[in-house]
Design a protein around this ligand. Structure first.
Ligand SMILES: Nc1ncnc2c1ncn2[C@@H]1O[C@H](COP(=O)(O)OP(=O)(O)OP(=O)(O)O)[C@@H](O)[C@H]1O
Length: 940
C-alpha cells in the first residue's frame, strides 16, 4: 500500500483536508454520595439524546434558558462505555480506521482494496467541566477504550506494521511537566517550523505492547512512580473532590504504520497519526472548593488558563476573525492544533446535576455552546492499495497530458492582454488623480497656513503664550510638548528607592507576588468563578456593535493629538471648497498624531516577555468579565456584586444563540427619557430604559482597560458613535432639546447658546464644555479610563460637539440621579454615589498595579518626584494613582493624568490602530453640518 497525503490529492482536485465542527458531548453524572447526604437536589435532566434540561421552577421564571442542545447528551445512568461507543469512538479511531472505513466500509477495507481509506492525522478528546463533575472518571475510561480498539485494529491489519509511541505531560501552575520522567523541571514549548508547537525534551516511549501502555498510563495517574521517586500527575484534596486533578493532563498516542511488503524498500512510506486525550483541571470557585494556600494558587492558575481556553474557543466560534490568542496560556498553545487546527476534536463537557453547582453548570454549557461553533480542518492521510494508487497516478498523468495537448484557446490570451491594457489605463488614471489631489492638498495646506497666521494674529493670548489658552487650560497643540516634557521629567535622574507592592486585597497580593506581571484578580470568589458566561456576554456586546457599525470607509475624526486650531481650520477650508479633508490627508494626520503619541511615550512594556503580557491580558480578562456587572453609574469596570452574575448569563443556543439581550437597543432611551419623561428625573423614580443606555455606554467604555487589544478602543468608539446616532435620531439635526438648554445653563454654558458660529468661538465653547464634563466626571466618579479615552479622542474638532453634548447629558443625568438619591436605576443593580466611589477606588487599585508593568523603575521615580510623592514612602504607586484626575480645574494636571492613564492602558499602542477605525467614523458626513446645528438653531 502507498500513502498520499491529503494535500497532494487536494492539488489534483480529488480530496483534501476536511472541515468539520467540533463534536460536543455533555455528560451528566449522578449525584455523589456527599451531595445526597447534603440533601442536594438534581436539577438537570437529559430529556432526549441531544437535549439537557434545567428543571427548577424558581429559575425557570427568571427567564434564563432551561434547555440546551448538543450533538449528544448522556444522562447519569449512562456508562462511560456508552459515551465512548456513541460519542467519541468515531473521532478517536479515525486516526487509524479512517472516516470512510468507519462509515462505508466497516472492516472490509482489506477486501475492497481498490477503495482509498482516509486516515486523519490527528484527533483529540477533551474533558471540560467544573471540579468534581467527572472529567477524570470519563477520560480514564475513554482513553482505555480507545487504546483497546486501536490494538484491536492493529491486530486485524497484519498487512501493515504499526509502531505506537506514547508521551504524557501536565500543565501545573503554568509549568509543563513530563509525566513519564522523574525530573520535575518545567519543559519549554518551542515552535518548530515543520512540526508546529512542540514540547522540548518530552519523553516519548515506544510502546511494546498493551500491558506496557497500561503501565505508562498508570504512571501518569500516579498509581506507579517513575524510578520509585515521584508520584506523577498533581492530585490534591479539595472540599469538592477528594482526588481533584490540580493540573491539565495531555496524553498523546502516536501511531505510525507502513505497508509490510514495502518495509525496508525505497518506495516504503510511513503514515503517522496522533490522538490526544486531554483531561483538563476543573474550574472552581474558591468559596465552594474552600481552597486556600497551595490549592487556592492552583485554582487561580487553573481558572486563568481555562479563561484563555474559553477566549480562544469564543473567538474561534466567531469564525477565526482576527487574532486568536493561543499564546496567552501554555494550555492553548499546546492544544492549538486541536482547537480549530488540523485535528478532529470531541469535547466532553461534564456536569454535576446538583442545584448548588447550577451556576458552574450553566457556564460549562455556555462553553459547550461556543465550542459547537468551532470548525477544525482535519488533515487527511490517504492510504491506497497499490492498484488504486497506480490507477490514480495514471488518471492524473492522463489529465496532465490532455492539458498539454490542448493549450488554452487563443481568445483567452487575447482577453489577457486586453485586461492588462485596461488595468494600465486604470493605473494611469489613478496616477493622474493622485497628482491632482496632491496639488489640491498642497494648495489647501498653504491656505491653512495663511489662516493659521491670521488666527495667530487675532488671538494674541495664544500667540503670546505660545499657543496656550487663557488661564490654566492649554490648547491641544500642546499635547506633544506636554508628553515630551513629562517624559523628560521621568528621564531625569533620581535616587533609588524600594517600592512597596502592597495591595489591599490579600488574594491579589498573593498572586501579585507570585507572578509579578499579573495584576488584580479581584476577590477569590470572583476570580475563581467560572468565566465562560462572561465571554458570552462579550459576544453579545460584540454582536450589538457589529449591528451598529458604520459602513467602512467613512472618514474618521479620531485625532488624538490633532491641533485644536487645525480642527477649526479644517472646517474653514472645507467651506472654501478645498478637498482638504481627503481620506489620504486624514490618514496622514492620524498617523502623525499617533506617531507623536507613541514616540513621546515609549512603551517599555513591549519589551517584556510574552508570558508577562499574556498573564496581564489574562488578568485583564478577569476585569473584563466584570464588565458584565459593571457599575452602571460610574463607568468603572468593577462589579457591584456577584449576585448579578447569573441574572446576566446570556441565553444559550437553545434559545437564541448569542443573540443580544432582549431590549439591548433600548439603551438609548435615556434620550427618550429626557425628552418625553423629563418628570422622571425630577421625581426620582427609576428608568431602566435610561439605565440601559448608561450601562451599555459605560460598560463599553470601561471594557477598554480590561482588553489590551485594539478592539477596546473600537468598542469605546462604537459605543459613542452609537449613542450619537441615537441622539441624532431623537432630535434630528439642528435641534436643541429643551432639557439640554437647561443642562447647559446648569453647568454655566448658557452663553454658548447665543454665540456665533466661528472657529474661535467654538474653541472657547469647547473649552467650557470640556471643563464642565471633566468636573462632572469627578462628581460622578466616572472611570478614569473612560475619562482618558474621551479626553484624548475629543480634542476640539468642531465635529466633536455632538459627543460632548451626549456626554454632558449623560453626566448631568447621573449627577441628578445621585442628588435625588435615585439609587435603584435598574432592577437588581443598586447604584449609589458610594458604590460608584468604591468602583473608582478599585479601578485606581488596578491601575496602580499596572504602574509597575507600564513604567520602568526610572520613569516611576520621576513620576513620584513630579507628583510630590516621597521616594521612600510606602504604597507610592497607589498614592500616585489616587491623585490622578482629581484636580479638575488644572488643565496641566488633567493632561498629565490622561497621559499616565493612557500609558497604563496602552492607549498609544491602540492608537496605532486608529487608522483601522475609520470604519467607525466619528464624523459622519452630516456631522459637519450637524456640529454647529444646535448652536445655530438657538440663534434663530
Ligand atoms: N458518571 C459518573 N458516575 C459515577 N461516579 C462518577 C461519575 N463521574 C464522576 N464520578 C465520581 O465523582 C467524583 C469526581 O469525579 P472526577 O474526579 O472524575 O471529577 P473531575 O471533574 O475530574 O474533578 P477535578 O476537576 O477536581 O479533578 C469521583 O469520585 C468519581 O468517581
Amino acid at each position: 500500500m502507498g500513502a498520499i497525503h491529503g494535500e497532494e490529492l487536494n492539488k489534483s482536485g480529488k480530496m483534501g483536508g476536511r472541515e468539520e465542527k467540533i463534536l460536543v458531548l455533555v455528560r451528566l453524572r449522578p449525584l455523589s454520595e456527599k451531595e445526597l447526604s447534603n440533601n442536594e437536589v438534581a436539577d438537570w435532566e437529559c430529556i432526549n439524546e441531544s437535549t439537557v434540561l434545567y428543571r427548577n421552577s424558581l429559575q425557570e421564571r427568571s427567564g434564563l434558558p432551561t434547555a440546551y442542545s448538543y450533538d449528544r447528551v448522556f444522562s447519569g445512568d449512562c456508562s462511560t462505555n456508552q459515551v465512548y461507543e456513541e460519542g467519541t469512538k468515531e473521532i478517536a479511531l479515525s486516526v487509524v480506521s479512517g472516516i470512510n472505513l468507519m462509515i462505508f466500509l466497516s472492516s472490509r477495507l482489506a477486501v475492497c482494496s481498490n477503495l482509498p481509506s482516509l486516515f486523519f492525522s490527528s484527533a483529540s478528546v477533551f474533558a471540560y467541566g467544573q471540579t468534581s463533575s467527572g472529567k477524570t472518571y470519563t477520560m480514564r475510561g475513554i482513553t482505555e477504550y480507545t487504546v483497546a480498539d486501536i490494538y484491536d485494529y492493529i491486530q486485524r491489519h497484519e498487512e501493515r506494521a504499526f509502531v505506537l509511541k506514547f508521551s504524557a505531560m501536565e500543565i501545573y501552575n503554568e509549568n509543563v511537566r513530563d509525566l513519564l520522567s522523574s525530573d520535575i523541571t518545567s519543559l519549554r514549548i518551542l515552535d518548530d517550523p515543520e512540526k508546529g508547537t512542540i514540547v522540548e525534551k518530552l519523553t516519548e516511549e515506544t510502546v511494546t505492547d498493551w500491558d506496557h501502555l497500561k503501565k505508562l498510563m498508570s504512571i501518569c495517574e500516579g498509581k506507579i512512580s517513575v524510578n520509585d521517586t515521584t508520584a506523577q500527575r498533581k492530585i490534591g484534596e479539595t472540599s469538592l473532590n477528594e482526588q481533584s486533578s490540580r493540573s491539565h493532563q495531555i496524553l498523546k498516542l502516536t501511531i505510525e504504520s507502513s505497508a509490510r511488503e514495502f518495509l525496508g524498500k525505497e518506495n516504503s512510506s510511513t503514515l503517522s497519526a496522533s490522538v490526544f486525550f486531554v483531561d483538563l483541571a476543573g474550574s472552581e470557585r474558591a468559596s465552594q472548593a474552600m481552597s486556600a494556600g497551595t490549592r487556592l494558587k492552583e485554582g487561580c492558575h487553573i481558572n486563568r488558563s481555562l479563561l484563555t481556553l474559553g477566549n480562544v474557543i469564543r473567538k474561534l466560534s466567531k469564525g477565526r476573525q482576527g487574532h486568536i490568542n493561543y499564546r496567552d496560556s501554555k494550555l492553548t498553545r499546546i492544544l492549538q492544533p486541536c482547537l480549530g487546527g488540523n485535528a478532529r476534536t470531541t469535547i466532553i463537557c461534564t456536569l454535576s446535576p446538583a442545584r448548588s453547582h447550577v451556576e458552574q453548570s450553566r457556564n460549562t454549557l455556555l462553553f459547550a455552546t461556543c465550542a459547537k461553533e468551532v470548525t477544525t480542518n482535519a488533515q487527511v492521510n490517504v492510504v491506497m492499495s497499490d492498484k488504486a494508487l497506480v490507477k490514480h497516478l495514471q488518471k492524473e498523468l492522463a489529465r496532465l497530458e490532455s492539458e498539454l495537448k490542448s493549450p488554452a484557446p487563443i481568445s483567452s490570451s487575447c482577453n489577457c492582454s486586453a485586461t492588462i491594457r485596461k488595468k494600465d489605463l486604470q493605473i494611469e488614471k489613478m496616477e493622474k488623480k493622485i497628482r491632482e489631489l496632491t496639488k489640491q492638498r498642497d494648495l489647501a495646506q498653504s491656505r491653512v497656513e495663511d489662516l493659521l497666521q491670521l488666527i495667530g494674529n487675532d488671538q494674541s493670548p495664544n500667540k503670546q503664550e505660545g499657543r496656550k489658552h487663557p488661564g490654566k487650560w492649554k490648547a491641544r497643540d500642546k499635547w506633544g510638548d506636554d508628553w515630551s516634557s513629562m517624559n523628560g521629567h521621568y528621564m531625569n535622574g533620581v535616587q533609588d528607592g524600594e517600592e512597596d507592592d502592597s495591595i489591599e486585597d490579600p488574594l491579589s497580593q498573593a498572586l501579585y507576588h507570585e507572578e509579578e506581571s499579573m495584576f488584580d484578580m479581584g476577590d477569590p470568589d470572583d476570580q475563581c468563578k467560572d468565566v465562560r458566561c462572561i465571554e458570552m456576554e462579550e459576544t453579545r456586546v460584540d454582536e450589538r456593535f457589529k449591528s451598529h457599525a458604520s459602513p467602512a470607509g467613512e472618514n474618521g475624526q479620531i485625532l488624538a493629538s490633532t491641533t485644536f486650531a487645525n480642527g477649526s481650520l479644517r472646517r474653514s477650508s472645507h467651506q472654501n471648497g478645498f478637498l482638504y479633508g481627503t481620506l489620504e490627508e486624514r490618514i496622514q494626520d492620524v498617523q502623525r498624531s499617533i506617531d507623536s503619541l507613541a514616540s513621546h511615550y515609549p512603551d517599555n512594556s513591549a519589551s517584556q516577555d510574552d508570558a508577562a503580557d499574556a498573564s496581564s491580558s489574562r488578568s485583564l480578562n478577569f476585569s473584563r468579565r466584570r464588565v458584565c456587572r459593571a457599575n452602571l453609574v460610574n463607568g468603572s469596570f468593577f462589579p457591584p456584586g456577584k449576585e448579578e452574575f447569573s441574572e446576566r448569563t446570556p441565553p444559550s443556543e437553545a434559545e437564541n444563540e448569542f443573540t443580544e439581550r432582549p431590549g439591548a437597543f433600548r439603551r438609548f432611551s435615556l434620550l427618550d427619557y429626557n425628552v418625553n419623561s423629563a418628570n422622571l428625573s425630577r421625581n426620582g423614580s427609576h428608568s431602566s430604559r435610561g439605565t440601559d443606555f448608561i450601562e451599555d455606554l459605560k460598560s463599553q467604555s470601561s471594557k477598554n482597560i480590561a482588553d489590551e487589544e485594539i478592539t477596546s478602543v473600537q468598542t469605546f468608539v462604537a459605543g459613542l458613535k452609537d449613542a450619537k446616532l441615537q441622539y441624532e435620531k431623537q432630535f434630528g439635526e439642528g435641534q436643541v432639546p429643551e432639557d439640554l438648554r437647561k443642562t447647559l445653563k446648569d453647568v454655566g454654558l448658557d452663553a454658548i447658546l447665543g454665540t456665533s458660529d466661528g472657529p474661535l468661538d467654538w474653541m472657547l465653547q469647547f473649552e467650557k464644555l470640556q471643563r464642565a464634563i471633566i468636573e462632572l466626571w469627578e462628581t460622578c466618579n466616572v472611570s478614569l479610563v473612560h475619562r482618558t479615552y474621551f479626553f484624548l479622542l475629543f480634542n476640539g474638532d468642531p465635529t466633536d460637539s455632538i459627543y460632548l453634548e451626549v456626554e454632558l447629558r449623560r453626566l448631568t443625568f447621573l449627577r441628578d440621579t445621585f442628588s435625588h438619591g435615585n439609587h435603584d436605576i435598574e432592577g437588581g443593580h443598586t447604584q449609589t454615589l458610594a458604590s460608584s466611589e468604591k468602583a473608582l477606588k478599585k479601578e485606581r487599585e488596578t491601575l496602580s498595579r499596572l504602574m509597575k508593568k507600564r513604567f520602568s523603575d526610572e520613569e516611576r521615580k520621576k513620576l513620584y518626584q513630579r507628583w510630590d510623592i516621597r521616594l521612600d514612602s510606602k504604597r507610592r504607586r497607589q498614592r500616585l494613582v489616587s491623585k490622578l484626575w482629581t484636580v479638575t480645574e488644572d488643565k496641566d494636571h488633567v493632561l498629565e493624568s490622561a497621559s499616565i492613564v493612557a500609558k497604563l492602558v496602552k492607549f498609544s499602542e491602540q492608537g496605532r490602530a486608529l487608522k483601522g477605525m475609520f470604519g467607525l467614523s466619528f464624523s459622519a458626513p452630516s456631522m459637519r453640518r450637524r456640529s454647529y446645528g444646535w448652536m445655530s438653531s438657538n440663534k434663530e
